[in-house]
Write a protein that binds this ligand. Structure first.
Ligand code: R5P
Length: 287
């Protein structure tokens, strides 16, 4: 087998090959003058089992095209099997129509990846697990919770409560709570419009608890920082937060720096774009 990567997360691809003790496949990805992707696979892939490590994170559209073009090139070079390793699956948050004339981008992505020539997909914490079924090829859906749970277990925190920042994340929060022996609470969040969140109620006992909020994605950090504030106002002693995918766009880092969150634990499915603030701890998913 051989492992290649695009430009989306080279440090993670390097960690994966180092872990496996194999070299990274030789490929060059550049831009033509007009911005189109220009790609050269510089070693034979004929008959080989090929893995392409490329999360479709920011700059999302460029990273998607790199992934598709890389798969196309490798398929045309007679690889035996191609696995798209997408630790972060971008465009997953539009996975169903919520209004008339909405697109379903998560399905469009699945169609594009399959048409390009992928035989299999490996991904982590899809925003909606049902996206697995948007593919007619095998898909491995790996959870980030075991890595996050191990970190918090080793920290030895006591009197813990895991909080889901919305109703959609309850299964993930329960999984973390069970793994670290914590109670569970849920924030009933309403979102009046995209990127704006509003807290309604907190279901569960928080008084004097050390709280760990868990989400799949932290994007603008509105959900997590407002949630953390609401938990402190309802009696939580201190608040930690964690997620698998640190999208961290727009005001995210500033919001986190100014929030009551003591530490934010994330994984490296997406490389951090901005200067890392001391509150952010990054765990590796490479192994
Ligand atoms: C939404 O349902 C997701 O699970 C996350 O809660 C959301 O994407 C986070 O977005 P933001 O950080 O912009 O509030």
């Amino acid at each position: 087998f051989k492992i290649f990567c695009g430009n989306a997360n080279r440090p993670l691809a390097q960690e994966i090959v180092d872990y496996l003790g194999v070299p990274l496949g030789q490929a060059k990805i550049k831009r033509f003058q007009d911005g189109e992707t220009c790609l050269a696979i510089d070693e034979s892939v004929r008959g080989a089992d090929i893995y392409v490590v490329q999360p479709t994170c920011y700059p999302t559209n460029d990273n998607i095209m790199e992934l598709l073009i890389m798969i196309d090139a490798i398929r045309r070079a007679s690889a035996r099997r191609i696995t798209a390793v997408m630790p972060y699956y971008g465009y997953a948050r539009q996975e169903r129509k919520t209004r008339a004339r909405d697109p379903i981008t998560a399905k469009l992505m699945a169609n594009l990846i399959t048409t390009a020539g992928a035989d299999r997909v490996v991904t982590m914490d899809l925003h909606a697990p049902a996206i697995q079924g948007f593919f007619d090829i095998p898909l491995d859906h790996l959870p980030g919770v075991p890595i996050l749970a191990e970190y918090f277990r080793e920290k030895g925190l006591e009197n813990l409560c895991v909080v889901s920042p919305d109703l959609g994340g309850v299964t993930r929060a329960r999984d973390l709570a069970e793994r670290i022996g914590a109670s569970l609470a849920i924030i009933d969040k309403r979102r009046p419009e995209a990127n704006v969140s509003e807290i309604m109620h907190v279901i569960g006992e928080l008084k004097g608890k050390t709280v760990i909020m868990i989400d799949d994605i932290i994007d603008t950090a509105g959900t997590i920082t407002q949630g953390a504030q609401a938990l402190v106002e309802r009696g939580a002693k201190e608040v930690y937060a964690c997620c698998t995918h640190p999208v961290l766009s727009g005001p995210a880092v500033e919001r986190l720096a100014n929030s009551v969150i003591r530490e934010l634990v994330v994984t490296n499915t997406i490389p951090l774009r901005e200067k890392v603030i001391p509150q952010i701890k990054v765990l590796s998913v490479a192994p």
